[in-house]
Design a protein around this ligand. Structure first.
Ligand SMILES: Cc1cc2nc3c(=O)[nH]c(=O)nc-3n(C[C@H](O)[C@H](O)[C@H](O)COP(=O)(O)O)c2cc1C
Length: 176
């Protein structure tokens, strides 16, 4: 059986991106899902001086190993001021110091959502532009706009958007 990891680029306990990542991952058939939370991988803020003095922190190594030992990645990015949330950028930067191709060509379903009408489209575009240079193999992407209107009790409530997401999940599943 294939193993995938699902996580959000967020450290919010109520993360809407985590809710979306979990929902999408649960639609992948006959696959074991390991839901990860960046709160369980706390790291010092990346800085070259810290790296020189203390080396690479264990949690960056552990998280990178989670990616490498998976068959695929479901990731939903939070958007802060039109960019990655700091917690995501931080672990991303730390992992990139171990392996510049950190995504390891694992098939990725890349998503974003926000309460706004653009649904994190800006951060999604940033990631779509950058990840391919870093071993990223984005096989499907999806943005869920206006989270609070379109998602409730663990699932997408807007039928059209749900159908779109299920197609993206299928594309992802076919690449596992
Ligand atoms: C500092 C900050 C900046 C934000 N910037 C944006 C933004 O640029 N675009 C957007 O759609 N939402 C923005 N938001 C709202 C977030 O999308 C919202 O807090 C969302 O819940 C974050 O995702 P999460 O719940 O998965 O952490 C921002 C929120 C914060 C706290």
């Amino acid at each position: 059986m294939k193993n995938i990891i699902a996580f959000a680029g967020s450290n919010s306990k109520q993360s809407i991106n985590k809710q979306l990542a979990v929902y999408a991952a649960m639609q992948v058939k006959e696959t074991k899902v390991d839901v990860l939370d960046l709160n369980d991988f706390t790291l010092p803020m990346y800085g070259i001086d810290h790296e020189i003095e203390h080396g690479i922190p264990e949690n960056a190594k552990v998280f990178l190993e989670k990616i490498k030992s998976s068959d695929g990645v479901v990731l939903s990015l939070g958007e802060h001021n039109g960019a990655y949330a700091t917690v995501f950028k931080n672990i991303f930067d730390w992992m990139s110091r171990i392996d510049g191709k950190l995504w390891s060509e694992k098939p990725m379903l890349l998503m974003a959502t926000s309460p706004g009408a653009r649904g994190g489209a800006t951060v999604l575009e940033i990631a779509k532009g950058r990840f391919p240079y870093m071993g990223g193999n984005i096989v499907a992407s999806f943005s869920l706009p206006s989270f609070n209107e379109n998602f409730s009790e663990g699932k997408i409530t807007n039928e059209e958007l749900n159908t779109q997401l299920l197609h993206k999940v299928e594309e992802f599943q076919n690449k596992l």
